[in-house]
Design a protein around this ligand. Structure first.
Ligand SMILES: C[S@@+](CC[C@H](N)C(=O)[O-])C[C@H]1O[C@@H](n2cnc3c(N)ncnc32)[C@H](O)[C@@H]1O
Length: 300
């Protein structure tokens, strides 16, 4: 469970969720019909020594097929890839990947050469990432800058100290982040982000639980997904679902134009069927799936 100001490394607590999604990206990238290319993801899994994820990487067929979460990673990654590609096509040259984890977009995507990509996360996560990328002599395709800071704190100061320019339009992403923030920290995150966003800035993110779903989700998941992809540390045990503003509504009220993408539609647009949930799964979990929509916003 969580506590105020808690920290983690790549094989514990919230840090391990970054390793999990990197594992699912590595598995997606090996599919014959892969939606993404990520040759970096397996490096992280191999270097972590995490037996659960190493086992999944070696034998993706061992993943409980009732669990749809690993199979969301292809469409999810592709969605954020296309978002950044569209932002740079529109002339944006500054990207901020909040809670970057083991996201290798600074290495994977073909950024215009004058683009700066900031990666924000906790220290041990970024240290691990740096060590693995150095070991493989990986070269970023943008001016990549890491920003070690906790997103529950005054992260804008750290971002600006790393060279962020608030007068230039920015493409922000908050992927796999929001449920890990307490409500007040999420609200502050969007206030700070809005204040730092010049006209033309963009953001992409996706929803999380809200209003009581989480307790039901936890109970349902324990019953049905006892062999879940994260083992004994499922991400939803690390989530908060306390009160918070709806970011889509909040941003809309402040002049951002928001576009939503339902998960079913996103899967369909990539030629993937959304994995079916077991018919007897409690409604709480189905409701959760409906919440998992993606969205982008542009500031006018
Ligand atoms: C599920 S992972 C997602 C990583 C990456 N965005 C991706 O999709 O591959 C969650 C990430 O959020 C980061 N994170 C969560 N809460 C944070 C906080 N308060 N400050 C900094 N990073 C945080 C974790 O360290 C972890 O890397």
């Amino acid at each position: 469970m969580r506590s105020e100001g808690d920290t983690w490394d790549i094989v514990s607590s919230v840090g391990r969720t970054a390793l999990g999604v990197a594992t699912f990206r590595a598995i997606e990238a090996e599919r014959p019909d892969a939606l993404i290319d990520d040759r970096f993801a397996p490096w992280f899994v191999e270097a972590s020594g995490d037996q659960k994820f190493l086992g999944m990487l070696a034998d993706p067929g061992s993943i409980d097929q009732r669990n749809f979460f690993p199979r969301t990673m292809g469409p999810r990654t592709r969605f954020f890839d296309e978002y950044f590609e569209s932002a740079t096509r529109a002339g944006i040259r500054q990207a901020v990947i909040l809670a970057a984890g083991l996201d290798a977009r600074a290495y994977r995507l073909d950024w215009p050469e004058d683009t700066t990509v900031f990666e924000v996360d906790q220290s041990k996560v970024l240290e691990f990432k740096e060590a693995v990328l150095d070991e493989h002599s990986a070269r970023a395709k943008a001016d990549r800058r890491t920003v070690v800071v906790d997103l529950r704190e005054d992260w804008p100061a750290a971002l600006v100290a790393a060279g962020f320019d608030a007068t230039a339009p920015t493409a922000w992403s908050a992927e796999g982040l929001l449920p890990y923030l307490p409500g007040a920290a999420q609200d502050a995150l969007f206030e700070r982000l809005d204040a730092l966003s010049a006209p033309g800035s963009r953001i992409a993110s996706h929803g999380g639980p809200g209003g009581g779903d989480l307790q039901r989700l936890r109970a349902a998941a324990r019953q049905y997904f006892d062999r879940g992809p994260f083992g004994d540390d499922p991400p939803f045990d690390l989530w908060y679902d306390d009160e918070r503003a709806d970011p889509v509504q909040w941003l809309t009220e402040r002049g951002w134009t928001v576009q939503r993408f339902a998960m079913d539609d996103l899967f369909e647009s990539y030629g993937r069927a959304l994995p079916e949930l077991p018919p007897d799964l409690p409604a709480a979990f189905a409701g959760m799936r409906n919440r998992m929509s993606f969205w982008t916003a542009i500031k006018s």
